[in-house]
Design a protein around this ligand. Sequence first.
Ligand SMILES: [Zn+2]
Length: 274
Amino acid sequence: MSFIIYLFIFIFGLVIGSFLNCLIWRLYKEEGIWNRSYCPACRGQIAWYDNIPVLSFILLGGKCRHCQGKISWQYPIVELVIGILFVLSFYFNFRFSIFPGLAERSGAGDFRLFLNSDFLFLTLRGWFIIAVMMVIFIYDLRWNLILDKVTLPACLVVFILNLILGISWLNLIVSGAIGGGFFLSQFLVSRGKWIGGGDIRLGLLMGLALGQASHLILAILLAYFVGSIIGLGLIISKKKKWGSEIPLGVFLSSATILTVFLGERIINWYLGLF
Ligand SMILES: [Zn+2]
């Protein structure tokens, strides 16, 4: 049973990943989500059998069936990463759940887990945060922009999910205000030179998604830590110069995903040092 549920969740993740790829492109082109998929090179419609996550990319050799135009590696990579992250998120939730004994009571990896509404919403929250952060990651990496069209509706969704999960609205507001305020203050001090307006809304989203100030601060620290290491690496390898822009949203979004998985454990480990 355990294997079947993981396989099922992995395939579900691949499908969501495929949808996110499409969503990212449609957001960029400002098109509706529900039109048929087409090849960006020749604008030929993509048949359903050429639109199967990962598999079609391999079978087509990474090329469009009609025009032989190259299909970006982004497509299979995002699909695979979302599939893997969805499985991990599910695993972490029931293994290290905030509801001890849940896995034993319902039989490890059983679909009945989802009948427990706490588990259901915790899992949905994890998957939703992964999906939104992936869109922000790719979009900021490619086009150096964090869209309000993505962050603001996501703020509302995570706020509601966290309320359902029993996090107090006061905690959520405080955490969201710290996240938004942290970037807003830098925006004001630098007059928009260090920080874009999109980062402020992303800070708000991170605060509302993580739901606790401690987790939010951890995510920001992780982002700056990883960001400075990679930035330094790029400068040393002369790919970038000092002061050239490395999109902050790339690091903030990946740090948020990491904190959703491991935040509690990292904080406990850190507190255990003293
Ligand atoms: Zn084509």
